[in-house]
Design a protein around this ligand. Structure first.
Ligand code: PLP
Length: 332
């Protein structure tokens, strides 16, 4: 609907991006926007720079489009901000796209303004497209709201992927969008029309209401998430063998539990730790390796839940760590 595309285009001003309805394609969730962008931009044999750890869908869509994912590392010592040099040294003549995800799933990391400027410079020098996944853009604790697409020369080579699942908690409504140069919207629209036709009309009206209505619910949610983040990071770092950077965005933290795993004498990996936490303590977390090999030794915890649940989860992790210290190798 033109009204929704227009509301989305206007909402981009908060991140410094100038766009019109002509630049916006509405999709049933951010995932279809990502999928169709990948199909529009990637030709067989193209290399695509993807974060490791990172949202696993990037690898799937890049491979589906015939491309080759090339992983760039993110690490805790830099609070999981994209590392410009590490990205630069992976660029080859076949590199076509850089995928950025700020704030980042699974780590909650963000890019500094300097990183974004350096990445914009890289993209222009090497003639790269940037897919900027900004679905967590409203959930930031550093007060910033930015986008690489706002930097000079970048709106012509950036596709912003975004949606209503996170900032407005509308995950099940399936509403997302892509913002791109007008030259790309025809290809994207063709893919959407031939695939899902469109996004349900009444859901599009809900999107207009979300964007145009008061935003105090989002502000309240982010303040609540900040308190939950602090509770969880404090509790995790108090456990011997666990370190955890305090994430600047999204609602995940990504603790390094390798100190605990080492005490098991190699008996456990982050995956088997997560499995035991579920089986024995009824607490669900994801192993860091669910997000790529760079997640080894880590867990991903989602704190978009009640503080009492987080207290229970912390107690469960403490109990499992205590049990492992008493009997590092499982005998049952
Ligand atoms: N991008 C990232 C980084 C995500 O974490 C998610 C959902 O988990 C999505 C995109 C997809 O969001 P949607 O529900 O709008 O398809």
């Amino acid at each position: 609907m033109p009204e929704l595309r227009d509301a989305i285009a206007r909402s981009l001003a908060t991140r410094g991006v100038r766009a019109t309805a002509e630049n916006v394609v509405v999709t049933p969730g951010a995932k279809p926007a990502l999928f169709c962008t990948a199909l529009s931009l990637i030709a067989p044999g193209d290399e695509v720079l993807c974060p490791d750890p990172g949202f696993p869908i990037y690898e799937s869509v890049v491979r589906f489009a015939g491309g080759r994912p090339v992983y760039y590392p993110l690490d805790e010592t830099r609070e999981f901000a994209p590392h410009v040099e590490a990205i630069a040294e992976r660029i080859t003549p076949r590199t076509r796209v850089l995928i950025l995800n700020v704030p980042h799933n699974p780590t909650g990391g963000v890019a500094t303004a300097r990183d974004l400027a350096a990445l914009a410079d890289l993209a222009q020098r090497h003639d790269l497209w940037v897919i900027s996944d900004e679905v967590y853009g409203q959930i930031r604790y550093d007060g910033r709201r930015d986008s690489i697409a706002a930097l000079p020369g970048m709106s012509d080579r950036t596709v912003i992927v975004d949606g209503f699942s996170k900032g407005y908690s509308m995950t099940g409504w399936r509403l997302g969008y892509g913002v791109m140069p007008a030259s790309l919207t025809d290809a994207m629209t063709t893919l959407i029309i031939n695939n899902v036709s469109c996004t349900a009309t009444f859901v599009q009206y809900a999107g207009i209401a979300a964007l145009m209505g008061p935003q105090d619910a989002v502000t309240r949610m982010v303040a609540g998430l900040r308190a939950k983040r602090d509770l969880l990071v404090r509790g995790l770092t108090a456990i011997d063998g666990i370190s955890c950077a305090s994430p600047a965005g999204a609602f995940y933290c990504f603790p390094d539990i390798s100190g605990v795993l080492e005490r098991t004498g190699g008996g456990l990996t982050c995956k088997s730790f997560a499995e035991r936490l579920l089986a024995e303590q009824h607490t669900a977390v994801l192993a860091g390796t669910a997000f790529g090999p760079g997640g080894e030794g880590h867990l991903r915890l989602c704190y978009a839940t009640e503080p009492a649940e987080l207290e229970r989860a912390l107690a469960a992790i403490r109990r499992l760590v205590g049990a492992l210290d008493r009997a590092p190798v499982r005998t049952a």
